[in-house]
Design a protein. Structure first.
Lengths: 486, 528
């Protein structure tokens, strides 16, 4: 294990030169060539079906593509056809239809047609396509300009400090209420708690709502999630106590926030619900450039139709994990899609913290054409000892996070009884959070062979997102959790 | 370290005890059982962060201890050691999965479409090219066959070693957990799943009827009633007097369905002792005077009837008295040729005669049922003319199913010529096609023309059943017509579609037809 480099604070020498990036960015165009891969981007089963129905060129009076983009006009129910376009470097989607899905059925259908070889190459992009692609570039430039402006002239520090103090006051009021509420529960004893009772539901909902009012939405989400998770588990009292303990850690940290080292303060503020301005992040955090392999994608629907998408990336040279977190609310889609198993070249801006994990993709991040390459570091970090120790280091760096990426190789899927899946390493068993039907899919893909699993670890459960076959050539994706809503 | 959940974990034991009981009652937390470094941490925390001096102090101490233990455990988690039972590896597949992505995509699309005929066709084509399903599609294929047993035999041929292995792991897929389909028939027969054994028997019956009969007969003891029934059903093919002895024996089988089926099969053999017994019971009931025949039902029941599959007690839903029931039962167990021969009448004339008798219902229903068992083309026209009669439809179905595709095509072609907008013909056709069959190009052209005419006439109908029939007929056409005519169907339907109008039935099925057509066209070239 001597060759394994610590996970973070990798010296910047690992960054590629700007020139190397440009070269990487030109290798593409044969990506997204299988229906399975395209449908992996589908937000739900009904979109998949609808897209299949639009797969006939007869429905598309206009179709065209070049190496960077695909576009088409699709006859919808209105008189004017929808204009659909895909920037293949993301892929990023845009469509003039009113659908709230991302990508919409037209975008998927367009890529399906391309897979079927039914989109001819075209020399001239229609103006609406080039306008969009230009505007994307403009926006990227504007973002950079804004970041540069922020860096050059930070906003009035005094006014900012005043605003922060005001918010801290409200957050502390909310936390004080939370603290009393938790303490009351413990004074009475957890044995007298009935999580399923209607009163309990109401009490937890009210507490969460109170925390939202107190401008601590992160804390509110923890309350809601804990109630959800604990209600479904037999070991709920221990789960409650462990989480209440972590909340206490947050409360104590909040009280002593002035003494916290800056990375820990950032982690605390994020945990409570502060969001960081993206322009500021671009200005403050230099991009970490690497080849990023998409290890897993999942979408979770939270309260109020808020959909959270988590994309886990592995930096092949920097040997670190990154998490891209996006939220789609109501009509808003994501800026781009990420294809599980594929590699992207470009930069990521990491949010500051004790164990930086969350990141934002720089505009230059683009899908690479080449399939899997050798991945010596990936394999080393997924050895059991290293996988668990990477996890330990991250917990030590940021004790406030509950959700952690976990990679382990030589893992076999075991079906214990009707509805439980476990991952078996050489001697140990890990409980999986895996829907029955997905488990069978993974078992079919594995054929009983040990594989490398990547998943999300929290509360002693592992939500497997992808499985990889390991051989001399490296690691190749054999199964991925579909990107559909769960 | 043990799992987070277990309150018996030494780390959590003391904390959990206090948390469960409540700090109100159990004020002091013992930290003695915690590892030394954790105890040190807690002491430090106590010093740095003074707990409140009020009644909440014990609770805050508990929470801080939980914070420390929780972080300690999250960072130092080690999965519990566990014995993993012996797990088998999937054997190497000898059959290849389709190499072309478009084929894989079409197979997936067929499963998503969910149409039984389409799925069976797709698997049939795959099997014909000696390919298996790709791993990714195995769970949904097995699920589909778990829901719909009609898919099972076709699935078995494309499961491959991986699919078989997978089916063995899931009780819900037990039906497919047989033996490698590549094994020789004897091994499949002795070790295979029920579907595999059925397939062996079916294949043998077509090739060597006597050997199949002997195989079935030898297995009778180990089969349950449901299995005996399904296998006996296979003897319909190539049924002959050589089967009589076995069928006679089965008249006393333990399963009532088996007994009934044996009797019905015997009635399909006009020379069988069973048929002779039944006609001997019937003959005295018929009286000829001059050119006219009259019939009188039996006056009382005969206990011997029961052994020959003639029920003595009427079903609850039978309208009529005991005598009418006995007559109906006797007639349905008699060979239909006996009637036409004895009375010297064509089926149409026989039917006409029956309609004029006092026992019209018993005779007609019985005759139509009898006609199923000795499929004779003489009855085709009569059965076709009786579209409203349930027995006639069943008999027609069986009769057509026994005919080779070319003869069925000639029949359908005539029907379409007679009724150029009748979509019912197409819907019935769908029920009679088998995977591996497809309509000839000329008939397919005729089908397109029929659909075009029907759409012109009824495409905007608001009547639910008319719309339903039309869309079913379009789907049926897409499923079975010659692939070279599919583009004509698709373009006819595209032309008929009117996106701006919402009550055009074509709009509802257009996508489906497109999807079926593209799947069939892709899979048609599977072997290429």
């Amino acid at each position: 294990m001597g060759s394994v480099v610590p996970l973070w604070y990798k010296p910047m020498t690992a960054m590629r030169s700007q020139q190397a990036i440009t070269q990487l960015g030109t290798e593409r165009a044969t990506v997204l060539t299988s229906e399975a891969e395209v449908l992996g981007l589908s937000p739900d089963a009904s979109s998949t079906k609808a897209a299949q129905g639009l797969k006939s060129p007869a429905k598309w009076p206009l179709l065209g593509s070049d190496e960077g983009a695909v576009w088409g006009e699709c006859q919808g129910s209105g008189s004017k056809p929808y204009q659909t376009q895909v920037d293949l470097s993301g892929p990023s989607f845009k469509c003039s239809c009113p659908s709230r899905k991302f990508p919409c059925k037209h975008g998927l259908a367009l890529l399906l047609l391309r897979c079927a070889g039914q989109v001819a190459a075209s020399d001239a992009r229609p103006p609406w396509v080039s306008d969009w692609l230009d505007s994307r570039r403009d926006r990227a430039e504007k973002k950079e300009a804004k970041a540069a402006a922020v860096a050059a002239a930070p906003p009035d520090p005094e006014a900012a400090a005043k605003r922060q103090n005001k918010r801290w006051n409200r957050v502390e009021e909310g936390l004080a209420e939370l603290s009393l509420w938790v303490q009351d529960m413990l004074r009475q004893g957890l044995a007298s708690v009935n999580l399923d009772a209607e009163d309990t539901h109401r009490a937890w909902r009210n507490m969460a709502a109170r925390l939202v009012d107190a401008q601590a939405p992160g804390m509110a989400a923890r309350v809601t999630q804990l109630h959800e998770i604990a209600s479904a588990r037999d070991d709920w009292p221990a789960l409650l106590l462990a989480h209440f303990g972590q909340w206490q850690l947050l409360l104590d940290a909040a009280q002593r926030r002035e003494q916290l080292p800056p990375p820990l303060l950032s982690d605390l503020m994020f945990a409570l619900g502060w969001t960081q301005d993206k322009a500021e992040l671009l200005a403050d955090a230099p991009a970490v450039t690497d080849t990023w392999r998409v290890m897993g994608v999942c979408q979770i629907e939270g309260q109020g139709r808020l959909v959270e998408r988590r994309v886990w990336l592995w930096g092949e040279a920097t040997q670190r994990m990154a998490l891209l977190q996006d939220y789609a609310h109501g009509g808003r889609g994501y800026e781009r899609a990420w294809v599980a198993g594929r590699r992207y070249a470009g930069g990521l801006h990491f949010y500051p913290g004790g164990a930086p994990l969350r990141a934002m993709a720089a505009e230059d991040c683009s899908l690479l054409d080449q399939a899997d390459g050798a991945a010596p570091h990936l394999l080393a970090h997924s050895e059991a000892a290293q996988g668990w120790s990477d996890l330990a280091e991250r917990v030590a760096g940021n004790p406030f996070v509950t959700l952690q990426p976990l990679m382990l190789r030589d893992v076999r899927l075991v079906h214990t009884d009707a509805r439980r899946w476990q991952a078996a390493t050489s001697q140990a068993l890990v409980q999986l959070e895996l829907a029955d039907e997905h488990g069978w899919g993974l078992l079919a893909a594995s054929g009983g062979q040990p594989l490398l699993f990547m998943g999300e670890w929290s509360d002693a459960r592992w939500r497997v997102l992808s499985a990889w076959k390991v051989d001399e050539g490296g690691a190749s994706l054999v199964w991925a959790q579909s990107g559909e809503l769960q | 370290m043990t799992q987070l959940g277990s309150a018996t974990s030494p780390l959590w034991q003391d904390l959990m005890q206090q948390a469960l009981v409540g700090t109100q009652r159990l004020e002091t937390l013992s930290t003695a059982s915690l590892p030394q470094p954790l105890q040190g941490l807690l002491a430090e925390a106590d010093a740095a962060l003074t707990p409140p001096a009020d009644a909440h102090a014990p609770t805050v101490r508990l929470l801080r201890a939980a914070a420390a233990v929780g972080a300690w455990q999250r960072a130092g988690y080690e999965p519990p050691l566990g014995q993993v039972g012996e797990q088998t590896l999937a054997p190497q597949d000898t059959q290849a999965a389709p190499a072309r992505q478009s084929v894989v995509d079409a197979l997936a699309a067929a499963l998503r479409e969910g149409e039984e005929s389409l799925i069976r066709q797709s698997w049939h084509l795959l099997a014909r090219a000696d390919l298996r399903l790709p791993e990714r599609l195995l769970p949904s294929a097995l699920d589909a066959a778990a829901r719909d047993s009609a898919l099972r035999e076709d699935l078995q041929r494309v499961l491959g070693a991986r699919g078989l292995w997978l089916a063995q792991q899931n009780p819900a897929w037990k039906f497919a957990a047989g033996t490698d389909q590549k094994a020789d028939p004897e091994q499949l027969w002795s070790e295979g799943s029920f579907e595999q054994r059925l397939a062996v028997l079916r294949e043998e019956r077509a090739r060597d009827p006597a050997a199949a009969r002997a195989r079935f007969e030898a297995a009778l003891k180990e089969l349950n009633a449901k299995e005996r029934l399904a296998m006996l059903e296979l003897l319909r093919v190539q049924l002959s007097m050589a089967d009589e002895a076995l069928l006679e024996r089965l008249l006393t089988d333990r399963g009532s369905d088996v007994r009934q089926l044996a009797a019905e099969l015997l009635s399909a053999l006009p020379q069988s002792a069973h048929s002779l017994r039944v006609t001997a019971w019937l003959a005295p009931l018929l009286v000829q005077s001059g050119d006219t025949w009259t019939i009188e039902p039996p006056e009382k029941e005969n206990p011997d009837w029961a052994r020959d599959g003639i029920a003595l007690k009427a079903h609850g839903f039978f309208k009529g008295g005991d005598r009418a029931w006995w007559l109906y039962q006797l007639v349905r167990m008699s060979p239909s040729a006996w009637w036409t021969d004895t009375l010297g009448l064509s089926p149409e004339a026989l039917f006409e005669w029956a309609s004029k008798t006092e026992w019209k219902r018993s005779l007609r229903d019985g005759l139509l049922e009898a006609a199923v068992r000795t499929p004779s083309r003489d009855w085709l026209a009569l059965l076709t003319s009786l579209q409203q009669n349930r027995f006639a439809l069943d008999s027609l179905h069986t009769l057509l199913a026994s005919m080779p595709l070319a003869d069925r095509e000639a029949y359908w072609s005539d029907r379409l010529k007679a009724a150029p907008t009748s979509v019912m013909v197409l819907i019935r056709m769908d029920e009679l096609m088998q995977p591996g069959e497809e309509l000839s190009a000329p008939l397919s052209g005729q089908v397109v023309a029929t659909l075009a005419a029907a759409l012109a006439a009824d495409g905007n109908s608001t009547h639910w059943s008319v719309r339903h029939d039309l869309s079913q007929a379009m789907t049926a056409a897409a499923l079975w017509m010659a692939p070279e005519v599919l583009p004509a169907l698709v373009s006819m339907i595209d032309k008929a579609a009117t996106p701006e109008s919402t009550n055009n039935v074509v709009n509802d099925v257009q996508e489906r037809v497109h999807s079926i057509a593209s799947i069939r066209l892709t899979l048609g070239g599977i072997a290429a």
